[in-house]
Design a protein around this ligand. Structure first.
Ligand SMILES: [Cu+2]
Length: 105
């Protein structure tokens, strides 16, 4: 009984380590008023890192309210994905800048 419990604790630690090792950082750029790539696949736990290469202020604003990241000119900002689903986002200052992240569980 004691042994089974210890095994379960070790297995849980091992699973947690594996999950964090799998988490990726995904780079997305904003340049010349365009988001690239416009469609990105990610997983829950991954970090999205946007880099604004323009001299204008941008944002990555999720239509469903999941995130609203401000991107000052020539800066990088990131967000860790917490929920699965398809998230459409845009720039609140330049609404023609649109992109999608498909977040797998
Ligand atoms: Cu913008």
């Amino acid at each position: 009984m004691q042994r089974a419990r210890r095994f379960a604790a070790i297995a849980a630690l091992w699973l947690a380590a594996g999950a964090s090792a799998r988490a990726a950082t995904i780079q997305i750029s904003m340049e010349n008023l365009e988001v690239a790539p416009a469609v990105t696949s990610a997983r829950v736990g991954d970090t999205i890192e946007w880099t604004n290469k323009d001299v204008l202020l941008h944002s990555a604003t999720a239509r469903n309210g999941d995130f609203d990241v401000t991107l000052p000119p020539k800066k990088t900002a990131s967000f860790v994905l917490k929920k699965a689903g398809t998230v459409d986002y845009y720039c609140r200052y330049h609404p023609n800048m649109k992109a999608t992240i498909n977040v797998a569980p």
